[in-house]
Design a protein around this ligand. Structure first.
Ligand code: ADP
Ligand code: MG
Length: 710
């Protein structure tokens, strides 16, 4: 038996046995595997995949070796050793001869040991990484074993090499030794432990390898082709079930959730629309409003993602939606990621609603004491219609009289779990609208937010002049500053942004202060007035600085990226980004969106050092060539991969083991189609042909907040 003790329950569950039960794993190794690799169970070990395979099934003739081959295995007779070089250049050399040529073997370390263990004149099987030196084939620190033709016969699969760590290596669990454990495990796994979870017709149609076979072949394939087929199968399974879970959440909500009904468009909405709306809505805004109207009126909970590029006018859509809630006797919340943004929303909304008898309030982390108690009382009594705030709104024991709508602005990190918390705030869960200006490529969106419905504002309000973006080098600094001065002369305002170096708040601060001093050498009082805002500044001071810029008491805003989201100063016409190479694409795009909000022509200047990496250069090129947020998001995804796309890192929805949703896009699409086909035909997965899927999902329940569907 390959397990030492009887595992927890029946064989079905053998995969959940602690890894310490596996033959060859003592308590010490078990602890290390947990600590170093997060491998706790048999199942974890099974999913610790090799990153490459060593092909020791074939022999290559020395005479046929050519540059470009990576790892090769040859057999031949070892020549006598030669010690050459001095000190650090000292090395041991020998030749390996077969009937077609000579391969040079080189050792820099363990020179004495090697001489003792290997015997010139004898035949060896040699494996290692091939290199060429002065046109001759060479192998440094090869693996050597005594040659025996029988040996090769027993080897009928490629040997896996696993990711490992120094500590594991010290306990004899290096990249290849881990394979021994995995072999013990995999040998004994059959279809019983790894039952097929996809329907047979799907396997056939998509030519996917059966599941148990795939697990065997991802670890111990006989050929590279089999390995690739195994990876393909497991990738598909991974993305298919991820999407299926998301889709199920959405489908079930569509079918079963209860939602408060906004049945009528009332006085608040109509009066605002007729008397207070400062502009005509764009067609895209109207379309989205309609989608929201339908969604909030049908008795199901709305869960909608609203994407719209910076400046596309999401706020007004949010406001109209909140008025709709008020018209139907419900309270609404607008939640922003930062205090500054919450305050700006609050002020903007209050001004717009001035003529209407709508009560608006703000609640943030700085709302304290008496004010706070009074506010909580009013919320519970229902005298406040619209509450604007930060996270404090859901984190605190804030009670509403009848909360009907929650709008979350610029919050990608607001995942399934956080949304679920809102459901406790009212007997029937409130409608949820998540708004984001960081456009997410479609593939990503449907994977990260697959449980949400989706609206897009794909049109900017009319009359916007395109923002001219230029890239300048550090040595043009004084010219750039002259340009800023000229704009200020014309009555405009400018932003100067410094990067945030995540690792150290202190460094950021110093960096900003240095920059600030430098800015002051160009712009001195009393001609120029500067506001500064940074993350470490007390809220009141931050707000005062912001206010002074908003009211045009200052012409220059020096800041870190705290300014990034939402801030709206239409008179600002220049966005200067210092050390622009340190910013990601979507961040640059967000920052640029702070200008171009008024009638004046606006500029974005990307200032960088002279030496730029290829990727940074590419980013600058993209920024100067397009202003379309969706195009930029696609490029961002290509350049950085999904792991780094802002906000998705935390969403967890994208932490895949095998699939790479950028490079495997066709497969992502295929999986999506299969999901939709199945759910359309059988939303409960109750048909017999979907039994395998249903059974598998049951074993996976912990992975999603299923049960939280009200
Ligand atoms: P975002 O989508 O980035 O949150 P905002 O809602 O802040 O954008 O809107 C950006 C600016 O555009 C604001 O000054 C807003 O008043 C203005 N705006 C929004 N919709 C329209 C419209 N239909 N016509 C003209 N201006 C608009
Ligand atoms: Mg906004």
């Amino acid at each position: 038996m390959f397990v030492k003790k009887q595992p927890i329950s029946d064989n079905q569950n053998i995969l959940s046995s602690p890894v310490g039960y596996l033959k060859g794993v003592g308590p010490q190794r078990a602890e290390l595997l947990q600590k170093e690799l997060n491998v706790f169970t048999f199942n974890d070990l099974l999913h610790h995949y090799p990153f490459r395979h060593v092909d020791k099934t074939k022999l290559t003739l020395v005479g046929t070796l050519v540059p470009g081959e990576e790892y090769v295995q040859v057999a031949g007779i070892l020549s006598p050793f030669e010690l050459i070089g001095e000190k650090r250049g000292r090395r041991l050399i020998a030749q390996l001869k077969d009937k077609t040529g000579v391969l040079e073997l080189v050792w820099f370390q363990s020179i004495q040991l090697i001489q003792k263990m290997l015997h010139p004149g004898q035949a060896y099987l040699v494996y290692g990484k091939l290199s060429f030196f002065m046109g001759k084939p060479q192998m440094v620190h090869p693996e050597m074993e005594a040659w025996d033709p029988e040996k090769l016969k027993g080897r009928d699969y490629l040997e896996p090499v696993y990711p490992s760590t120094e500590k594991l290596k010290a306990k004899n669990l290096g990249g290849r030794q881990l394979g021994k454990l995995t072999a013990t495990l995999v040998q004994h796994l059959t279809e019983r432990e790894l039952p097929e979870n996809l329907p047979q017709p799907m396997l056939e149609a998509l030519r996917l390898m059966p599941r148990a076979e795939a697990y065997r072949n991802i670890h111990f394939p006989k050929t590279t082709a089999l390995y690739e087929a195994a990876v393909r199968r497991l990738k598909f399974e991974e993305i298919f079930f991820a999407q299926l879970r998301m889709n199920l959440l959405r489908w079930e909500r569509h079918r079963f959730s209860k939602g408060v009904v906004f049945e009528k468009v009332g006085e608040f909405f109509n009066r605002f629309y007729r008397e207070c709306l400062p502009f005509e809505l764009t067609n895209a805004q109207k379309r989205v409003l309609k989608e929201i109207r339908v969604d909030t009126g049908r008795g199901k909970q709305m869960n909608r993602l609203l994407q719209g590029d910076v400046g596309s006018g999401k706020t007004i859509v949010a406001l109209l939606n909140m008025l709709l809630a008020a018209d139907n006797g419900f309270q609404a919340v607008l939640m922003a990621p930062t205090e500054i943004l919450a305050r700006q929303h609050y002020q903007g909304i209050k001004e717009l609603l001035e003529p209407l008898p709508v009560e608006v309030a703000i609640l943030t982390g700085t709302t304290k004491g008496k004010e706070r108690r009074a506010l909580l009382g009013q919320l519970a009594a229902g005298t406040i219609h619209i509450l604007v705030g930060t996270h404090a709104v859901i984190e605190d024991p804030v009670q509403f009289r009848n909360l009907g709508l929650v709008i979350i602005d610029e919050q990608h990190r607001f995942g399934v779990a956080q949304r679920a918390r809102l459901w406790d705030k009212a007997p029937i869960p409130p409608h949820v609208l998540v708004m984001t200006a960081t456009p997410i490529p479609r593939t990503l969106a449907m994977t990260a937010y697959g449980d949400l419905d989706y609206s897009v504002i794909d049109e900017l309000p009319p009359g916007r002049k395109p923002i001219q973006t230029v890239h300048r080098y550090e040595n043009d600094r004084s010219l750039v500053m002259d340009f800023l001065k000229a704009e200020i002369e014309l009555g405009r305002q400018v932003y100067i942004i410094f990067p945030l170096i995540e690792e150290s708040e202190k460094l950021d601060y110093e960096n900003l202060m240095q920059g600030y001093e430098e800015v002051k050498t160009y712009f001195s009082e009393p001609q120029y007035w500067i506001s500064m805002v940074h993350g470490k500044m007390p809220a009141l001071q931050k707000e005062e600085n912001m206010r002074r810029f908003v009211t045009h008491d200052t012409q220059i805003m020096v800041s870190t990226t705290v300014i990034e989201v939402g801030v709206n100063v239409p008179n600002a016409s220049v966005m200067l980004i210092e050390s622009a190479e340190k910013f990601g694409l979507s961040q640059l795009h967000q920052l640029r969106g702070r200008v171009g909000r008024g009638a004046e022509k606006s500029y974005c200047v990307l200032l960088t050092g002279k030496k730029l990496g290829n990727e940074a250069r590419e980013r600058m090129k993209i920024m100067t060539s397009t202003s379309n947020g969706f195009v930029i998001a696609e490029k961002d995804l290509e350049l950085r991969g999904p792991g780094d796309i802002e906000g998705t890192r935390q969403s967890g929805a994208l932490s895949f083991k095998l699939i790479d949703i950028v490079n495997d896009r066709p497969m992502v699409e295929a999986a999506k189609q299969e999901c939709e086909k199945i759910l359309k035909d059988d939303p409960d997965l109750s048909k017999p042909e979907h039994r395998t899927i249903r059974e598998f999902l049951k074993t996976q329940k912990g992975k999603t907040a299923w049960s939280k569907i009200s």
